[in-house]
Design a protein around this ligand. Structure first.
Ligand code: C5P
Length: 315
C-alpha cells in the first residue's frame, strides 16, 4: 500500500464538531483492456492495465445528522444524489463494518467526466471511503478498505491505490506496476455518456459466433510503462471495448481521427467510453492535440494532463 493512503497528518481539520476531511482521487485510463468471454455471473474476466491520470474529483466528509450527498462541478446535474451513488454506498459499507451510523455529509467536487469511461464514480467511492475512515477513525486497515472497494465495483480498488496496476479477475485483483516516466495525455469529453453494462452487452453481441480468447496482459505494454517510452506505449495500447463503444457511439471515430491528424501518437476510447484518450510525445504536442480537438467541435472539451497520478490522497 502506498504512503499517500495515510496522507499528511491526521487528515482532519477544525475542532470538535467541526471536523472535515477532504480526499483527492484520480481518474484512470486503461492502457490495455483485454476482455474475456462473459462469465456465469455476467462479469467478464479482464487483463486490465490501469493508469491513473491527473484529472481529479475531491470528496469532503463532514459530520451530519444522517447520510447526505451534494455535488458541484460542470456535470453535477448528472450525478445521482440518492443511496445508489457509489460514494454513499461506500460510506454505508464502512459504517456497517464499524457498527456505527453513516452520519456524514459527503460533498463531491466533480471534475472527472460522468459516465465517461474514466472511473469517476469509482473514484468518488474510493474518496468517500478514505474520507469517512479518517473522519470516523474506524481503524480499518488498508487491506480492509481494499476489500470494501472490491465489493463496491471492479474499478474502485484501483481508484484507491492509483499509479499503475494490472487488474485481473473482473479488474479488482491488483498487482502494482512500475512506471519509468511521465506520460502526456489529452482527454476529450464527449457530448453524453455511455453505460458500462451496455458497452459490455454490445461487446457480447459483437462476439457472438466467435471464440473470445483468454485475456492476457501484454508484455509490450508492461515494458513501455516501465521504460516510460511514449512511442512504445502508443504502439502497444489496446482496448477490447473500443469496437463496442464505437458501435454505440459512432461519432467518436471523428474525434479519434481529429486527434491522430493533430499529431497524437495514439488515440483510443478510454475504458467503456465515450471519453477519448490521446497519448502525446510531450507536453507541447499534447497542447497542439487539445487545441485541434477543441477547434474541431467534435468534443465538449479537451484537457491536457499527465500520468501516473497518485491514488486517493487526504489533503
Ligand atoms: O464492477 P462494476 O459495478 O463497475 O461493473 C459495472 C458493470 O460492468 C457490471 O454490472 C457488468 O455489466 C460490467 N462489467 C463486466 N465485467 C467486468 C467489469 C464490469 O461485465 N470485469
Amino acid at each position: 500500500m502506498r504512503d499517500h493512503l495515510a496522507g499528511p497528518g491526521t487528515g482532519r481539520v477544525g475542532g470538535r464538531g467541526g471536523d472535515r476531511v477532504t480526499v483527492r482521487v484520480p481518474a484512470k485510463v486503461n492502457v490495455q483492456l483485454a476482455v474475456g468471454a462473459a462469465r456465469a455471473d455476467g462479469f467478464h474476466d479482464l487483463a486490465n492495465v490501469f493508469l491513473a491520470v491527473g484529472l481529479y474529483d475531491e470528496v469532503t466528509a463532514t459530520p451530519a445528522e444522517s447520510l447526505r450527498l451534494t455535488c458541484s462541478g460542470p456535470d453535477a446535474g448528472q450525478v445521482p444524489l440518492d443511496g445508489s451513488n457509489l460514494a454513499a454506498r461506500a460510506a454505508t459499507a464502512l459504517a456497517e463494518r464499524a457498527g456505527i451510523e453513516p452520519a456524514v455529509h459527503l460533498h463531491i467536487d466533480k471534475d472527472i467526466p460522468v459516465a465517461g469511461g474514466m472511473a469517476g464514480g469509482s473514484a468518488d467511492a474510493a474518496g468517500a471511503l478514505l474520507a469517512c475512515e479518517r473522519l470516523w477513525g474506524t481503524g480499518a486497515r488498508p487491506e480492509e478498505l481494499l476489500e470494501i472497494c472490491a465489493e463496491l465495483g471492479s474499478d474502485v480498488p484501483f481508484s484507491l491505490v492509483g499509479g499503475a496496476a494490472l487488474g485481473t479477475g473482473r479488474g479488482e485483483r491488483l498487482t502494482p506496476l512500475e512506471v519509468g516516466g511521465t506520460f502526456h495525455w489529452v482527454f476529450a469529453r464527449a457530448e453524453g455518456g455511455l453505460s458500462t453494462p451496455a458497452v459490455y452487452r454490445e461487446f457480447d453481441r459483437l462476439a457472438q459466433g466467435r471464440t473470445v480468447p483468454e485475456p492476457l496482459v501484454s508484455p509490450l505494454v508492461l515494458d513501455a510503462l516501465s521504460t516510460g517510452d511514449p512511442k512504445a506505449l502508443a504502439a502497444a495500447l489496446t482496448n477490447d471495448l473500443q469496437p463496442a463503444a464505437l458501435s454505440l457511439f459512432p461519432a467518436l471515430r471523428d474525434t479519434l481521427d481529429t486527434g491522430t491528424r493533430a499529431g497524437a501518437l495514439a488515440a483510443l476510447v478510454s475504458g467503456s467510453g465515450p471519453t477519448t484518450a490521446f497519448l502525446a510525445a510531450d507536453e507541447s504536442a499534447a497542447h497542439a492535440v487539445a487545441a485541434a480537438l477543441t477547434a474541431s467541435g467534435h468534443c465538449r472539451a479537451a484537457r491536457v494532463t499527465t500520468a501516473p497520478a497518485p491514488g486517493a490522497t487526504v489533503l
